[in-house]
Ligand binder design. Structure first.
Ligand code: ADP
Ligand code: ZN
Length: 637
């Protein structure tokens, strides 16, 4: 860092409010120090000069009376005493006591004033040390703040605090999400040819909110806008504005906009804008946050401040638009919203295509297959999968990445990393094997349920002991009633299987039961699929998706009771049906458990094969069991 930068940074710092805080802080330290310093220094004097004779203040008068004193020097806080034999001692922090002078007069001891102001000590203790401490603290805080900005404070930049970049990203790098791309394309044109719009008297939009779940490419899209328009791109994260000190965030917002104006036309990208833009009403409950409020106000002021003739466009990303302060969304601010959603099947294929270019993949890799397996994943997950597959292939010393590696990478991404080290003990293994087989058989034999891809009792990640991978054939946006019920049945299959075959239930089904309950509640309260509330909607969709079920109910106690009763009965009814079905397919389950014990994993095709064979009465045949043996088995169990 050169001098110039230093000056720049200081200048900037001095301009801002935090300085006020520091000055107050510094004065505080100085006052504090000055109040202890004189006594500290006198204490030191007394050790060196007193030859370690200890007297107290009350002794002085006695010593005067005894005629032992040659001279007494009286200061404001300190008294120095010289004996006739030449010894000296001093006392600090003496009381303000007029009777001492009287006593000295009485016993004719000469006395005088004492000038405590030792300028040298005073300078050191009163000023230099406190100022030094103050600067040390200041430097420490300043350096911490820079780190807090995550490198956004351009340490190496001579221009100022916030550095811009010129991203080398184009719309081609952003795959899928064509609608979002279409909407932001307009912005590129504004930035490239502002005159065209200004001449017509049009106002260029100032703020665009990119709304979507994490990893869907909001940052990427913003960069692509800057890249396509080839304008400077300023990226900051909302959370980096929120600092310990009130006023710092606002100052940073100011710097950011100043810098962007200097380099206009330009793009400002604010990630996680909800960190500063949370609605004031919502934040109030948590004991208002001055810093955030000031930062938000500054942001609003800046957005109102720049002329719509200045081609600066602020793109902000959030996945929770509903928590944003209404003031942010007003016309002239973030009045446009672009939805950046998780990709559908086609989108996933396109994203995979973009990322697979970066690695050496085998020619026969089917992106369609990978896309089919990854419904519900975001672009960042897909990028991860491609990279993970390349790493897996590398570990196996392969020359190119094959389909097998991709499938394994998908499984890892979906179910967490395989924990080879974590083995199930025999008892748990049995429970998990029956549990997962139950899910799988119900899934495969219920109309409208999702097909089983694979059943596994290899523990993955921390939470899942085993899993049944059910994947829809295609992306689904709508669920019919019978499909919801099929999902409930499939979820109940795990626990029902434990009860039917192990005759005892475990804790392993709590998540299944929770999800099943939620689905039925949804049928009652959101989708109007039952008689309990008829078509009356009790829960708004947004609430139910965001934070589970709404706390503030706007329906009667009686409705609540009816709903609870319905959910309970419905679950029981489904549970009985599921158990009956599992009993019917007990031979299939037993065979699956056997195979799971051997191989830990069964593919969906094998499950279907077993079920089909059973339905056609050929199970024994394909398992190679002789009729006689089987009969024995049958009577045994
Ligand atoms: P967000 O800002 O929405 O959280 P990012 O833009 O940071 O997501 O996405 C992270 C990474 O995921 C990107 O750098 C890119 O590699 C990949 N990615 C996400 N969405 C897409 C997409 N639509 N096309 C290509 N790559 C994507
Ligand atoms: Zn389960």
């Amino acid at each position: 860092m050169n001098n110039n930068d230093n000056k720049n940074k200081k200048n900037n710092f001095f301009n801002q409010n935090p300085l006020l805080l520091f000055i107050i802080f510094a004065i505080g330290i100085i006052i504090l120090f000055r109040s202890i310093a004189p006594s500290a220094m006198n204490e030191m004097n007394s050790v060196s000069q007193d030859q370690r004779i200890s007297y107290t203040y009350s002794d002085i008068k006695n010593l005067a009376k005894e005629g032992k004193l040659a001279y007494v020097a009286i200061g404001k806080d300190i008294v120095k005493v010289k004996f006739k034999d030449g010894q000296v001692f001093s006392l600090s922090r003496v009381p303000n006591d007029p009777t001492l002078v009287e006593a000295l007069n009485k016993y004719k001891v000469p006395y005088g004033g004492l000038n405590e102001n030792n300028w040298f000590n005073d300078l050191i203790f009163g000023w230099i040390i406190p100022i030094f401490i103050f600067f040390a603290i200041w430097m420490f805080l300043a350096s911490r703040m820079q780190k807090g900005m995550g490198g956004v404070l351009g340490i190496g930049s001579a221009k100022g605090l916030i550095k811009s970049e010129k991203p080398d990203v184009s719309f081609d790098d952003v795959a899928g999400n064509d609608e979002a791309k279409e909407e932001v394309k307009e912005i590129v044109d504004f930035l490239k040819n502002p005159e065209r719009y200004l001449e017509l008297g049009a106002k260029i939009p100032k703020g665009v909110l990119l709304v979507g779940p994490p990893g869907t490419g909001k940052t990427l899209l913003a960069k692509a806008v800057a890249g396509e328009a080839s304008v400077p791109f300023f990226a900051v994260s909302g959370s980096s504005f929120i600092e310990m000190f009130v006023g710092v965030g606002a100052a940073r917002v100011r710097d950011l906009f100043n810098q962007a104006k200097k380099e206009a036309p330009s793009i400002i990208f604010i990630d996680e804008i909800d960190a500063i833009g949370k609605s004031r009403a919502a934040a109030g409950q948590m004991g208002g946050n001055d810093e955030r409020e000031q930062t938000l106000n500054q942001l609003l002021a800046e957005m109102d401040g720049f002329d719509s003739k200045e081609p600066i466009i602020v793109l902000a990303a959030t996945n929770r638009p509903e928590v944003l302060d209404a003031a942010l969304l007003r016309p002239g601010r973030f009045d446009r919203q672009v939805l950046v959603d998780k990709p559908d099947f086609k989108g996933r294929v396109q994203i995979l295509k973009v990322h697979i270019k970066k690695i050496k993949a085998a020619k026969n890799v089917s992106l369609e297959d990978i896309a089919r397996m990854t419904a519900g994943l975001a672009g960042a997950d897909l990028a991860n999968i491609i990279n993970e597959a390349a790493l897996l292939a590398g570990r196996k010393n392969k020359k190119e990445v094959t389909q097998e590696d991709f499938v394994e990478a998908v499984e890892r991404q979906i179910a967490g990393l395989e924990k080879k080290s974590r083995r199930l003990n025999e008892k748990d293994k049995k429970i998990v094997a029956y549990h997962e087989s139950g899910h799988a058989v119900i899934g495969e034999t219920t109309d409208g349920a999702r097909k089983v891809k694979k059943v596994s009792i290899v523990p993955r990640g921390l939470a899942a002991l085993g899993y049944t991978l059910n994947l829809p054939e295609e992306d689904k946006y709508l669920m019919q009633k019978h499909e919801l019920i099929a999902e409930v049945d499939t979820l109940l299959g795990g626990r029902a299987s434990e009860e039917v075959f192990i005759k005892e239930i475990s804790t392993g089904a709590s998540n299944d039961l929770e999800r099943a309950t939620d689905i039925i509640k949804g049928m009652v309260s959101m989708y109007g699929m039952t008689d309990v509330a008829g078509l009356m909607v009790l829960e708004k969709q947004s609430n139910a998706f965001l934070g589970g079920y709404n706390q503030s109910k706007d329906y009667s106690e009686k409705t609540q009771e009816a709903m609870d009763e319905f959910v309970k009965n419905f679950l029981n009814e489904r549970y009985e049906a599921v158990k009956a079905k599992l009993r019917k397919y007990s031979q299939v389950i037993e065979q699956m458990v056997k195979e799971l014990y051997e191989k830990e994993v069964i593919q969906g095709d094998r499950v279907r094969e077993l079920i089909k064979a059973y339905d056609e009465g050929k199970l024994e045949e394909i398992l190679g069991i002789k009729n006689g043996e089987n009969n024995e088995n049958g009577t045994d169990s």
